[in-house]
Design a protein around this ligand. Structure first.
Ligand SMILES: *Cc1c(COP(=O)(O)O)cnc(C)c1O
Length: 386
């Protein structure tokens, strides 16, 4: 007789005991810097709404107008009858924004990453990924039938050594801004190596778009690179764009290939068209309101200077993601809970999101924060960690 399938109690108890148990808190009201959590007001330092567009009045009213015009559901997949004029217009604008021939909308970033890697990498091919890549990229690599190897974080030498074995085609995959560390891929070196090896290069810039580059063009603009340096570029719409969904931008042929082969594109319902219309406004604000990026940089600088003054150790990041190393998961959880008690919401990031023994607090900033809130967070951090 096999084990009782429904006996989960031991696993759940073990997670609790290791400080790895995950739970939700209920937020009431719109997303933003001030949230009501379990009925209490707190300052939010853990969202990904970097530019403060998730509840921007123009984004919200574009959404409402689009519902009046298009209704709510998209009704079908893009390849059946769900691809509307709103989706199409957004794709064209995202292509122009990224300086590429085409862009393709996906329903989520997780699905975009699974779809791209498994569509482009097959049996006999190989996929090499930074070991700190987002889970969706790692899962995409595992799902592809290619050989799957991880290289040491940002280590181009280690990556170059992986090319020893014979593989048909090779795809190199990396986060642009690493989501739990806030540091950047060495994109110029990755681009040069990929060209030298005739490998593909796929960059997920979920946390770079809107934050990096003078016009919010992300890591590619930050390094002054061209579409030919980074031929496959992905971004999510649920972070700086303020809405929901994701896109992949690239050449005409690349996008046609994805339309044929990316299973998470083909076999799923299109985003509601109103999400696309709201995103068109988010995209415009992201490009034109550069004060939001400047404000974000100012907040990050204030936080880093204050932390240094107080002897608080941070990680090597200048982006809106500012992790504080904790090591032990239970400690990270306890500090996060103590901060919440003082009115600051900072999430404890624990394995398997990050490698074992590297639990951390992940502080994130939004253009809607003010300097007093940053100072308040620093005071609370010093208080709870003393
Ligand atoms: C958030 C995130 C994703 C997933 O995007 P969703 O649209 O939330 O599914 C993918 N990659 C990275 C690096 C992310 O941070």
């Amino acid at each position: 007789m096999s084990a009782d399938f429904y006996d989960f109690s031991e696993q759940l108890a073990r997670l609790k005991q290791q400080g790895l148990y995950r739970g939700r808190r209920v937020v009431d009201g719109p997303q933003g810097v001030l949230l009501r959590v379990d009925g209490r007001p707190v300052v939010n330092f853990c969202g990904n709404d970097y530019l403060g567009l998730a509840n921007h009045p123009e984004v919200a009213s574009a959404f409402k107008r689009a519902v009046d015009r298009y209704g709510v559901g998209s009704g079908s997949a893009h390849l059946i009858c769900g691809h509307g004029s709103a989706h199409h217009a957004l794709e064209q604008e995202l292509a122009a924004f990224t300086g590429r021939e085409r862009a393709l909308l996906f329903s989520t970033g997780y699905m975009a990453n699974l779809g791209v890697i498994s569509a482009l990498v097959g049996r006999g091919d190989a996929v090499f990924e930074d070991r700190l890549n987002h889970a969706s990229l790692l899962d995409g690599g595992l799902l592809s039938r290619g050989q799957f190897k991880r290289f040491r974080h940002r280590d181009i030498t280690d990556l170059a050594e992986k090319f020893g074995d014979r593989a048909n085609k090779v795809l190199i995959v990396s986060d642009g801004v690493f989501s739990m560390d806030g540091d950047l891929a060495d994109l110029p070196a990755l681009a040069a190596l990929a060209k030298r090896q005739r490998a593909g290069l796929f960059i997920d810039d979920a946390h770079g778009f809107g934050v990096l580059g003078k016009n919010g063009g992300g890591i590619v603009e930050h390094f002054g690179l061209t579409p030919c340096d980074v031929p496959i570029l992905m971004g999510t719409l649920g972070k700086a764009f303020g809405t929901f969904g994701a896109f992949v931008a690239g050449s005409e042929e690349l996008i046609e290939m994805l339309i044929q082969k990316a299973r998470s594109y083909v076999f799923t319902t299109a985003l509601p068209p109103a999400v696309a219309e709201a995103t068109r406004v988010g995209l415009r604000l992201l490009q034109t309101e550069s004060w939001r990026r400047e404000k974000l940089a100012e907040l990050v600088a204030r936080f880093r200077a204050g932390a240094q003054q107080q002897g608080l150790r941070l990680m090597d990041s200048f982006t809106a993601i500012q992790p504080i190393p904790m090591g032990d998961s239970r400690r990270a959880l306890a500090v996060s809970q103590a901060l919440l008690h003082r009115g600051f919401w900072v999430s404890a990031i624990r394995p398997p999101t990050v490698p074992a023994g590297t639990a951390r607090l992940r502080v994130t900033f939004s253009a809607e924060h003010d300097l007093q809130q940053v100072d308040g967070l620093l005071d609370a951090l010093i208080g709870v960690m003393a």
